[in-house]
Ligand binder design. Sequence first.
Ligand code: GLN
Length: 331
Amino acid sequence: MKRTITIEEVRKAVEAAHAHFREEKGGKNADYIPYLKNVPSGLFGITVCLADGRSVSAGDTDYRFGIESVSKVPTALLVMNQYGARKILERIGADATGLPFNSIMAILLENDHPSTPLVNAGAISACSMVRPAGNAEAKWKAIAQFISSLCGSDVTVIDELYRSESATNFNNRSIAWLLKNYDRIYDDPEMALDLYTRQCSLGVSTRQLAVMAATIANCGTNPVTREEVFHANLTPHIASLMATVGFYERTGDWLFNTGLPAKSGVGGGIMAVVPGVMGLAAFAPPLDGAGNSVKAQKALEYISVRLGLNIFNPARIEVAAQESVKEKACR
Ligand code: GLN
């Protein structure tokens, strides 16, 4: 039932998506973090990395933009890798809030857990869980190294973005202390908030994000460096979390249109995963009302429909893998 496509078909789809949506004018840059307001709005890049490491790109794919909420995915993975997936379900949860990413109301409504590591509350909670406990620099090293391993290359903080976020993150500060009030912060709350702010300020390119997505698609083994970054059985768990809440209150619309587990960030990036097949990344700063890049959503939706990537469709595709790559199952 599955259809096999070639990398040439993927290349044509990526180039066509870039050409179709380059002039799209919808949305506007995030402005509640001053740095993001000043990122050139016309930047637009798309990269697809196959689960065997080959990739295709179009547009501004080397530009380093703020990873923002896409960073919630690697931290959730790191914590699941350190504790096992069950513990995260118990301590943080896996339910969509149906509310904005920075909602305080969601915390008040869910008084037994912050609901999911892919909204601000759950992500701050996840940062508090990162091992080793009690040591901010060692925790940061664990997060930054893990993200770099997923990307297959060094990922560093954009200092100006970090300063900009730290000077304006009052809502997130309230979230951290409200979680502390409900015993859902597992280390120092200010430390957890700072780790979260720092990880959101990491600069990544679509090339790096696509390798991260391909590593998730490839059951935890980075297809470019061949490093085993996380336990293979975590791919279905993280893909489920992305599918349920990756675009906050617009997640249902996204999933209905694309059938792709994906995560957006207010820096304009989106990362999507087709387990066993490929990772996709797109970047363009102007956002819709829920904080999701307008152009990146359109580009990825176009590619998903054109190539038949929808994971709920039994006729979805496979990509002809290079001979050297052995079949892998996420068990
Ligand atoms: N750092 C941003 C925040 O906490 C990330 C939000 C996002 O990308 N949706 O508000």
